[in-house]
Design a protein around this ligand. Structure first.
Ligand SMILES: C[S@@+](CC[C@H](N)C(=O)[O-])C[C@H]1O[C@@H](n2cnc3c(N)ncnc32)[C@H](O)[C@@H]1O
Length: 334
């Protein structure tokens, strides 16, 4: 496919109705539905059921006109904030929130999902709760990389973004930058949940084919780790799709913990002490760290050679660590 003939999200508008018709109707191509919608929903449900991914604020980057990806997660947060760049998508969401007559009918997915949770009859209640929890919907163009402070938003305990980041990045460098930018919206210790596809050839909305960065697992891992994240889970599903709308090798769902600000020493902050016995070879700052939160252990598992406590609170749940990479001692982990 000639890359010049592809459309770009940030240059060309798209019609949310086309997206809903192509991907979200009950009679959508079964494989497409399974791969794009059901696989990440089920995977996310498994992750959230552990109770680890929870907090006050969940920010969703670019729901578009879609609510399905919020279903397995919104219950674990008090407030949901939606950031989206497209006015038409916002309007479509508004219709659903206000139960307008022409709003898209999500009952088939809600019912299916509530059934997975054990009670298909709960879907009406679930939909209502989601409506209530969405506290804010704001216009935000991620490609402009405006500082989060300009939106006057609280830092989130979880960020999610489904099928967006690689569509708005022209190359891998831009992808790495956007991961770092997105991280600014998140508290240290919070989770980033990303869904996307590896080795996308093209994807379509309506009759238009759109650009998407061709990226593999190795690059995703690198971009997240360089951006200050520790990847806890990366689930993949091989594509069996034979469709003129979309072509990709795998869909993925990644969950990653923010262990540090993108350009600072390793910072950790956990709500409760996680007690570990860590023997002295790992601590190089004089004081042996007898109780080290999980995040510090993750840093070690990521190839950190030594960690030096710069500041540690008396209960050892808050602190700043300076860490050194295992491979290249000159390169301090950012
Ligand atoms: C493929 S849709 C994904 C919709 C939904 N998350 C899902 O799972 O189906 C991508 C969304 O990203 C939005 N978007 C496009 N460019 C953007 C940008 N620069 N900043 C933020 N959102 C953008 C689009 O308006 C669209 O709603």
């Amino acid at each position: 496919m000639d890359p010049g003939s592809l459309k770009h999200y940030h240059e060309h508008e798209f019609d949310p109705q086309d997206l809903l018709n192509d991907f979200a109707l009950p009679d959508t191509d079964k494989t497409l539905h399974e791969e794009i919608f059901l696989f990440p929903m089920k995977t996310l449900q498994t992750l959230t059921s552990s109770g680890k991914i929870a907090g006050k604020t969940l920010i969703d980057f670019s729901s578009g006109p879609v609510i399905s990806h919020l279903l397995p997660i919104f219950d674990y947060f008090s407030d949901v904030i939606i950031l989206e760049t497209n006015d038409f998508c916002m309007r479509e969401m508004e219709k659903w929130r206000k139960k307008e007559e022409e709003a898209f009918d999500w009952s088939h997915l809600l019912e299916h999902f509530s059934e997975l949770e054990g009670d298909s009859k709960k879907w009406i209640e679930k939909e209502e709760t989601l409506r209530r929890k969405i506290k804010n919907m704001m216009i935000c163009d991620l490609s402009k990389q405006d500082p989060p402070e300009s939106l006057a938003l609280p830092k989130a305990d979880c960020l999610m973004s489904f099928y967006l980041l690689s569509h708005i990045c022209k190359d891998k460098e831009a992808y790495s930058e956007i991961i770092k930018h997105v991280s600014c919206f998140l508290n240290v210790g919070g989770y980033l949940i990303l869904a996307g596809a590896f080795n996308v050839k093209y994807f379509s909305i309506g009759e238009h084919k759109y650009h998407s960065l061709t990226m593999d697992e190795e690059y995703l891992r690198k971009a997240l780790e360089d951006g200050g994240f520790y990847i806890e889970n990366l689930e993949k599903l091989d594509s069996k799709l034979s469709s003129s709308l979309n072509k990709y090798d795998q869909v993925f769902l990644a969950s990653a913990v923010k262990v540090r600000e993108p350009a600072s020493p390793l910072v950790y902050s956990l709500p409760a002490p996680v007690v570990y016995s860590l023997s002295t070879p790992y601590s190089s700052g004089g004081e042996p760290m007898a109780r080290v939160p999980e995040v510090a252990l993750r840093a070690l598992s990521m190839g950190t050679r030594a960690i030096t406590p710069l500041q540690i609170s008396p209960d050892r749940t808050q602190g700043v660590l300076q860490s050194q990479a295992a491979q290249d001692p000159r390169r301090k982990l950012k």
